[in-house]
Design a protein around this ligand. Structure first.
Ligand code: ADP
Ligand code: GN1
Ligand code: MG
Length: 360
Protein backbone atom coordinates (compact mmCIF):
# COMPACT_ATOMS: atom_id res chain seq x y z
CA UNK A 1 0.00 0.00 0.00
CA UNK A 2 1.32 3.48 -0.77
CA UNK A 3 0.91 6.45 1.58
CA UNK A 4 -2.03 7.90 -0.40
CA UNK A 5 -3.91 4.61 -0.03
CA UNK A 6 -3.07 4.56 3.69
CA UNK A 7 -4.27 8.16 4.09
CA UNK A 8 -7.54 7.19 2.40
CA UNK A 9 -8.22 4.70 5.21
CA UNK A 10 -8.66 7.62 7.63
CA UNK A 11 -11.84 9.68 7.98
CA UNK A 12 -10.35 12.83 6.46
CA UNK A 13 -12.66 15.42 4.99
CA UNK A 14 -12.41 15.74 1.23
CA UNK A 15 -10.21 14.03 -1.34
CA UNK A 16 -6.57 13.34 -0.51
CA UNK A 17 -4.45 15.39 -2.94
CA UNK A 18 -0.93 14.71 -1.61
CA UNK A 19 0.98 12.94 1.15
CA UNK A 20 4.52 14.21 1.70
CA UNK A 21 7.26 13.62 4.32
CA UNK A 22 7.13 16.26 7.03
CA UNK A 23 9.03 17.41 10.14
CA UNK A 24 12.34 16.50 11.77
CA UNK A 25 11.49 13.74 14.24
CA UNK A 26 14.17 11.13 14.96
CA UNK A 27 11.82 8.23 15.63
CA UNK A 28 8.52 8.13 13.72
CA UNK A 29 7.80 8.85 10.05
CA UNK A 30 5.56 11.88 9.68
CA UNK A 31 3.61 12.96 6.57
CA UNK A 32 1.52 16.01 5.75
CA UNK A 33 -1.75 15.14 4.06
CA UNK A 34 -3.29 17.86 1.90
CA UNK A 35 -6.90 17.49 0.78
CA UNK A 36 -9.18 19.52 -1.48
CA UNK A 37 -10.88 20.92 1.66
CA UNK A 38 -9.59 23.51 4.08
CA UNK A 39 -8.21 21.07 6.68
CA UNK A 40 -4.84 19.32 6.36
CA UNK A 41 -3.74 16.33 8.41
CA UNK A 42 -0.67 14.74 9.95
CA UNK A 43 -0.27 11.04 9.17
CA UNK A 44 2.32 9.09 11.16
CA UNK A 45 3.88 5.68 10.99
CA UNK A 46 4.85 4.84 14.55
CA UNK A 47 8.22 3.23 15.03
CA UNK A 48 6.99 -0.12 16.36
CA UNK A 49 10.56 -1.38 16.88
CA UNK A 50 10.80 1.25 19.62
CA UNK A 51 7.16 1.50 20.64
CA UNK A 52 6.33 -2.20 20.98
CA UNK A 53 3.20 -1.52 22.97
CA UNK A 54 1.56 0.86 20.49
CA UNK A 55 -1.91 -0.06 21.80
CA UNK A 56 -0.88 1.12 25.29
CA UNK A 57 0.79 4.20 23.83
CA UNK A 58 -2.33 5.19 21.87
CA UNK A 59 -4.44 4.61 24.95
CA UNK A 60 -2.17 6.94 26.98
CA UNK A 61 -2.57 9.64 24.31
CA UNK A 62 -6.35 9.20 24.25
CA UNK A 63 -6.67 9.50 28.04
CA UNK A 64 -4.30 12.44 28.45
CA UNK A 65 -5.74 14.36 25.47
CA UNK A 66 -9.30 13.93 26.77
CA UNK A 67 -8.24 15.09 30.24
CA UNK A 68 -6.44 18.14 28.83
CA UNK A 69 -9.28 18.99 26.44
CA UNK A 70 -11.65 19.14 29.37
CA UNK A 71 -9.39 21.53 31.32
CA UNK A 72 -8.68 23.69 28.26
CA UNK A 73 -12.37 24.02 27.52
CA UNK A 74 -13.14 24.91 31.17
CA UNK A 75 -10.38 27.56 30.97
CA UNK A 76 -12.15 29.02 27.92
CA UNK A 77 -9.43 27.83 25.49
CA UNK A 78 -9.79 26.60 21.92
CA UNK A 79 -9.60 22.79 22.17
CA UNK A 80 -9.19 22.38 18.39
CA UNK A 81 -5.91 24.37 18.43
CA UNK A 82 -4.54 23.77 21.92
CA UNK A 83 -4.91 20.01 21.92
CA UNK A 84 -4.08 17.21 19.51
CA UNK A 85 -7.18 15.82 17.78
CA UNK A 86 -6.88 12.21 16.64
CA UNK A 87 -8.67 11.29 13.44
CA UNK A 88 -10.01 7.74 13.42
CA UNK A 89 -10.11 5.38 10.46
CA UNK A 90 -13.25 5.26 8.33
CA UNK A 91 -14.24 2.09 10.19
CA UNK A 92 -13.87 3.80 13.58
CA UNK A 93 -10.46 2.62 14.84
CA UNK A 94 -8.04 5.03 16.58
CA UNK A 95 -5.15 3.66 14.48
CA UNK A 96 -4.55 1.21 11.66
CA UNK A 97 -2.16 -1.73 11.77
CA UNK A 98 -0.71 -2.72 8.40
CA UNK A 99 1.78 -5.56 8.60
CA UNK A 100 4.28 -4.56 11.27
CA UNK A 101 3.39 -0.87 11.05
CA UNK A 102 1.00 1.20 13.10
CA UNK A 103 -0.47 4.32 11.47
CA UNK A 104 -2.36 7.19 13.12
CA UNK A 105 -3.55 10.63 12.13
CA UNK A 106 -4.14 14.06 13.69
CA UNK A 107 -5.75 17.25 12.48
CA UNK A 108 -2.98 19.60 11.33
CA UNK A 109 -3.07 22.70 13.52
CA UNK A 110 -3.32 25.55 11.01
CA UNK A 111 -1.20 28.71 11.11
CA UNK A 112 1.31 27.16 13.46
CA UNK A 113 5.02 26.43 13.14
CA UNK A 114 7.78 24.69 15.05
CA UNK A 115 11.28 25.99 15.64
CA UNK A 116 14.46 23.93 15.35
CA UNK A 117 16.53 26.83 16.67
CA UNK A 118 15.31 29.75 18.70
CA UNK A 119 16.47 33.34 18.41
CA UNK A 120 13.73 35.10 20.32
CA UNK A 121 13.69 34.99 24.14
CA UNK A 122 9.96 35.88 24.09
CA UNK A 123 9.04 32.81 22.05
CA UNK A 124 11.17 30.61 24.27
CA UNK A 125 9.55 32.11 27.36
CA UNK A 126 6.15 31.29 25.85
CA UNK A 127 7.35 27.74 25.25
CA UNK A 128 8.44 27.44 28.88
CA UNK A 129 5.09 28.71 30.04
CA UNK A 130 3.27 26.13 27.89
CA UNK A 131 5.35 23.23 29.21
CA UNK A 132 5.01 24.46 32.80
CA UNK A 133 1.25 24.72 32.38
CA UNK A 134 1.17 21.27 30.78
CA UNK A 135 2.63 19.69 33.93
CA UNK A 136 0.43 21.79 36.22
CA UNK A 137 -2.68 20.76 34.28
CA UNK A 138 -1.75 17.09 34.59
CA UNK A 139 -1.18 17.39 38.33
CA UNK A 140 -4.53 15.75 39.13
CA UNK A 141 -4.19 13.01 36.50
CA UNK A 142 -3.90 9.51 37.94
CA UNK A 143 -0.45 8.33 36.82
CA UNK A 144 -1.27 4.70 37.60
CA UNK A 145 -3.67 4.64 34.61
CA UNK A 146 -0.78 5.19 32.16
CA UNK A 147 1.32 2.39 30.73
CA UNK A 148 5.09 2.83 30.84
CA UNK A 149 5.67 3.06 27.10
CA UNK A 150 9.46 2.75 27.31
CA UNK A 151 10.53 1.46 30.72
CA UNK A 152 13.39 3.38 32.36
CA UNK A 153 13.26 6.02 29.63
CA UNK A 154 15.00 8.70 31.70
CA UNK A 155 16.53 6.39 34.28
CA UNK A 156 20.06 7.71 33.87
CA UNK A 157 21.57 4.96 36.04
CA UNK A 158 20.09 2.40 33.66
CA UNK A 159 21.17 4.51 30.65
CA UNK A 160 24.72 4.42 32.04
CA UNK A 161 24.60 0.60 32.31
CA UNK A 162 23.32 0.32 28.73
CA UNK A 163 26.12 2.60 27.60
CA UNK A 164 28.72 0.36 29.34
CA UNK A 165 27.18 -2.66 27.60
CA UNK A 166 27.46 -0.92 24.23
CA UNK A 167 31.12 -0.09 24.94
CA UNK A 168 31.80 -3.70 25.82
CA UNK A 169 29.87 -5.21 22.89
CA UNK A 170 31.30 -2.71 20.38
CA UNK A 171 28.84 -4.00 17.77
CA UNK A 172 29.78 -1.32 15.25
CA UNK A 173 33.54 -1.80 15.71
CA UNK A 174 33.80 1.98 16.28
CA UNK A 175 34.95 1.94 19.92
CA UNK A 176 38.52 3.03 19.24
CA UNK A 177 37.24 6.22 17.55
CA UNK A 178 35.46 7.37 20.68
CA UNK A 179 37.74 6.66 23.63
CA UNK A 180 37.64 10.32 24.74
CA UNK A 181 33.86 10.44 24.56
CA UNK A 182 33.63 7.20 26.57
CA UNK A 183 35.83 8.73 29.29
CA UNK A 184 33.64 11.86 29.28
CA UNK A 185 30.64 9.77 30.31
CA UNK A 186 32.53 7.58 32.78
CA UNK A 187 33.78 10.69 34.61
CA UNK A 188 30.14 11.59 35.30
CA UNK A 189 28.98 8.19 36.56
CA UNK A 190 28.15 9.41 40.10
CA UNK A 191 26.37 12.51 38.83
CA UNK A 192 24.04 10.27 36.79
CA UNK A 193 22.51 9.03 40.06
CA UNK A 194 21.39 12.46 41.25
CA UNK A 195 17.80 12.64 39.99
CA UNK A 196 17.13 8.89 40.21
CA UNK A 197 18.22 8.95 43.87
CA UNK A 198 16.22 12.09 44.69
CA UNK A 199 13.09 10.41 43.28
CA UNK A 200 13.78 7.16 45.15
CA UNK A 201 14.23 9.02 48.44
CA UNK A 202 11.03 10.99 47.85
CA UNK A 203 12.91 14.32 47.85
CA UNK A 204 11.19 15.24 44.59
CA UNK A 205 7.79 13.96 43.41
CA UNK A 206 7.00 11.54 40.60
CA UNK A 207 4.57 13.28 38.24
CA UNK A 208 2.94 12.76 34.88
CA UNK A 209 5.47 14.23 32.46
CA UNK A 210 5.89 14.58 28.71
CA UNK A 211 9.49 13.28 28.60
CA UNK A 212 10.36 14.64 25.14
CA UNK A 213 10.01 18.39 25.46
CA UNK A 214 12.24 19.60 22.68
CA UNK A 215 11.36 22.76 20.85
CA UNK A 216 9.94 21.04 17.78
CA UNK A 217 7.37 19.32 20.00
CA UNK A 218 5.44 22.52 20.63
CA UNK A 219 3.38 24.35 18.02
CA UNK A 220 3.80 28.12 17.98
CA UNK A 221 1.07 30.38 16.59
CA UNK A 222 2.50 32.06 13.47
CA UNK A 223 0.80 35.37 14.24
CA UNK A 224 1.01 35.78 18.01
CA UNK A 225 4.20 33.79 18.76
CA UNK A 226 2.33 32.05 21.60
CA UNK A 227 3.03 28.38 22.24
CA UNK A 228 -0.39 26.91 21.57
CA UNK A 229 -0.17 23.13 21.51
CA UNK A 230 2.14 20.53 23.02
CA UNK A 231 2.53 17.64 20.60
CA UNK A 232 4.42 14.32 20.37
CA UNK A 233 2.71 12.72 23.35
CA UNK A 234 4.22 9.27 22.68
CA UNK A 235 6.35 9.27 25.81
CA UNK A 236 3.82 10.60 28.34
CA UNK A 237 4.65 8.57 31.44
CA UNK A 238 5.36 9.01 35.13
CA UNK A 239 8.60 10.97 35.48
CA UNK A 240 10.27 13.99 37.03
CA UNK A 241 9.57 17.60 36.14
CA UNK A 242 13.35 17.98 35.90
CA UNK A 243 13.32 15.78 32.80
CA UNK A 244 10.83 18.01 31.01
CA UNK A 245 12.47 21.25 32.06
CA UNK A 246 15.94 19.92 31.27
CA UNK A 247 15.16 18.51 27.85
CA UNK A 248 13.73 21.84 26.68
CA UNK A 249 16.84 23.63 27.92
CA UNK A 250 19.12 21.07 26.27
CA UNK A 251 17.59 21.73 22.87
CA UNK A 252 16.45 25.34 23.12
CA UNK A 253 19.39 27.03 24.89
CA UNK A 254 21.83 25.65 22.33
CA UNK A 255 23.02 28.44 20.01
CA UNK A 256 23.30 25.85 17.22
CA UNK A 257 21.37 22.87 15.91
CA UNK A 258 21.55 19.52 17.69
CA UNK A 259 23.63 18.17 14.80
CA UNK A 260 25.87 21.19 14.13
CA UNK A 261 29.30 19.98 12.94
CA UNK A 262 31.13 23.20 13.76
CA UNK A 263 31.43 23.02 17.54
CA UNK A 264 32.52 26.65 17.78
CA UNK A 265 28.90 27.55 17.02
CA UNK A 266 27.60 25.42 19.91
CA UNK A 267 27.22 27.25 23.22
CA UNK A 268 24.78 27.65 26.08
CA UNK A 269 22.70 30.84 25.88
CA UNK A 270 22.06 32.15 29.41
CA UNK A 271 19.55 34.76 28.23
CA UNK A 272 17.45 31.97 26.75
CA UNK A 273 17.83 29.99 29.97
CA UNK A 274 16.46 32.92 31.92
CA UNK A 275 13.58 33.30 29.47
CA UNK A 276 12.70 29.61 29.71
CA UNK A 277 12.91 29.62 33.52
CA UNK A 278 10.65 32.68 33.71
CA UNK A 279 8.02 31.14 31.46
CA UNK A 280 8.18 27.67 32.98
CA UNK A 281 7.87 28.92 36.55
CA UNK A 282 4.98 31.19 35.57
CA UNK A 283 3.23 28.29 33.81
CA UNK A 284 3.63 25.77 36.60
CA UNK A 285 2.70 28.25 39.34
CA UNK A 286 2.59 26.83 42.85
CA UNK A 287 2.72 23.19 41.71
CA UNK A 288 6.54 23.14 41.77
CA UNK A 289 8.41 22.36 45.00
CA UNK A 290 11.40 24.32 46.33
CA UNK A 291 13.62 21.27 45.94
CA UNK A 292 12.68 21.02 42.26
CA UNK A 293 13.51 24.70 41.75
CA UNK A 294 16.87 24.11 43.42
CA UNK A 295 17.55 21.23 41.02
CA UNK A 296 16.50 22.82 37.69
CA UNK A 297 20.10 23.28 36.58
CA UNK A 298 20.79 19.62 37.40
CA UNK A 299 17.83 18.59 35.22
CA UNK A 300 19.30 20.61 32.35
CA UNK A 301 22.80 19.13 32.64
CA UNK A 302 21.41 15.62 33.19
CA UNK A 303 19.15 15.61 30.14
CA UNK A 304 21.94 16.91 27.95
CA UNK A 305 24.38 14.33 29.29
CA UNK A 306 21.76 11.61 28.92
CA UNK A 307 21.00 12.57 25.33
CA UNK A 308 24.69 12.75 24.37
CA UNK A 309 25.23 9.36 26.02
CA UNK A 310 22.28 7.91 24.08
CA UNK A 311 23.70 9.21 20.79
CA UNK A 312 27.10 7.71 21.70
CA UNK A 313 25.50 4.40 22.71
CA UNK A 314 23.66 4.27 19.39
CA UNK A 315 26.87 5.12 17.52
CA UNK A 316 28.59 2.19 19.27
CA UNK A 317 25.60 -0.08 18.56
CA UNK A 318 25.73 0.76 14.83
CA UNK A 319 22.95 3.40 14.52
CA UNK A 320 20.01 1.17 15.31
CA UNK A 321 17.80 3.59 17.30
CA UNK A 322 17.86 7.20 16.03
CA UNK A 323 17.31 8.03 12.37
CA UNK A 324 20.62 9.10 10.83
CA UNK A 325 21.32 10.87 7.56
CA UNK A 326 25.02 9.93 7.29
CA UNK A 327 27.38 7.48 9.06
CA UNK A 328 28.81 9.86 11.70
CA UNK A 329 25.49 11.60 12.45
CA UNK A 330 25.09 10.17 15.96
CA UNK A 331 28.67 11.09 16.84
CA UNK A 332 28.17 14.66 15.61
CA UNK A 333 25.06 14.89 17.80
CA UNK A 334 26.96 13.41 20.74
CA UNK A 335 29.64 16.10 20.37
CA UNK A 336 27.17 18.99 20.48
CA UNK A 337 25.58 17.55 23.61
CA UNK A 338 28.89 17.02 25.42
CA UNK A 339 30.04 20.53 24.52
CA UNK A 340 26.79 21.86 26.00
CA UNK A 341 27.25 19.75 29.14
CA UNK A 342 30.62 21.42 29.70
CA UNK A 343 29.15 24.88 29.06
CA UNK A 344 26.36 24.23 31.56
CA UNK A 345 28.69 22.75 34.17
CA UNK A 346 30.73 25.96 33.96
CA UNK A 347 27.58 28.11 34.18
CA UNK A 348 25.85 26.17 36.95
CA UNK A 349 26.28 28.84 39.68
CA UNK A 350 24.66 31.38 37.41
CA UNK A 351 21.92 28.92 36.46
CA UNK A 352 21.09 28.47 40.16
CA UNK A 353 20.89 32.23 40.63
CA UNK A 354 18.70 32.67 37.57
CA UNK A 355 16.17 30.07 38.78
CA UNK A 356 16.11 31.66 42.24
CA UNK A 357 15.46 35.14 40.83
CA UNK A 358 12.83 33.98 38.34
CA UNK A 359 10.48 32.61 40.96
CA UNK A 360 8.26 35.42 42.13
P1 ADP B 1 8.32 12.57 16.09
O1 ADP B 1 7.92 11.68 17.22
O2 ADP B 1 8.89 11.80 14.98
O3 ADP B 1 9.18 13.70 16.56
P2 ADP B 1 6.07 14.47 16.01
O4 ADP B 1 4.76 13.99 16.53
O5 ADP B 1 6.85 15.38 16.89
O6 ADP B 1 6.94 13.21 15.54
O7 ADP B 1 5.79 15.19 14.61
C1 ADP B 1 6.85 15.64 13.77
C2 ADP B 1 6.58 17.07 13.31
O8 ADP B 1 5.30 17.14 12.63
C3 ADP B 1 6.48 18.09 14.43
O9 ADP B 1 7.75 18.57 14.83
C4 ADP B 1 5.61 19.17 13.82
O10 ADP B 1 6.38 19.99 12.96
C5 ADP B 1 4.64 18.38 12.93
N1 ADP B 1 3.35 18.10 13.58
C6 ADP B 1 3.02 16.99 14.29
N2 ADP B 1 1.74 17.04 14.70
C7 ADP B 1 1.21 18.19 14.22
C8 ADP B 1 -0.09 18.81 14.25
N3 ADP B 1 -1.12 18.20 14.85
N4 ADP B 1 -0.25 20.01 13.64
C9 ADP B 1 0.79 20.62 13.01
N5 ADP B 1 2.03 20.09 12.91
C10 ADP B 1 2.25 18.88 13.51
C1 GN1 C 1 13.80 11.62 19.92
O1 GN1 C 1 10.95 11.67 18.47
P1 GN1 C 1 11.76 12.89 18.70
O2 GN1 C 1 12.62 13.26 17.54
O3 GN1 C 1 10.86 14.03 19.19
C2 GN1 C 1 13.80 10.81 21.22
C3 GN1 C 1 14.06 11.73 22.40
C4 GN1 C 1 15.41 12.43 22.22
C5 GN1 C 1 15.39 13.18 20.90
C6 GN1 C 1 16.74 13.80 20.60
C7 GN1 C 1 11.11 8.23 21.83
O4 GN1 C 1 12.74 12.56 19.95
O5 GN1 C 1 14.09 10.98 23.60
O6 GN1 C 1 15.65 13.33 23.28
O7 GN1 C 1 15.05 12.30 19.79
N1 GN1 C 1 12.51 10.14 21.37
C8 GN1 C 1 12.45 8.83 21.74
O8 GN1 C 1 16.58 14.77 19.63
O9 GN1 C 1 13.46 8.16 21.99
MG1 MG D 1 8.73 15.23 17.82
Amino acid sequence: MNTIQIAELFAFEGKVLSVSPYGDGHINDTFLVVTDKDTSYILQRLNTKIFHNYAGLMDNIRKVSAYLADIISKDGGDVSRECLTLVHTRDGKPYEVIGEDCWRAYIFVKDSKVYQLIDSPEIFENTGEAFGKFIARLDGFDASTLCEVIPDFHNTVDRYEKFLQAVENNKSGRRDNVLKEIEFVKARKDFMHTIVDALAKGEIPLRVTHNDTKLNNVLIDKTTGKAICIIDLDTIMPGSLLYDFGDSVRFGCNTALEDEKDLSKVSFDKELYKAYCTGFLRGIGDKITQKEIDMLHIGSIMMTLECGTRFLTDYLDGDVYFKTAYPEHNLVRCHTQFKLVECMENASDEMIKIAKNCKI
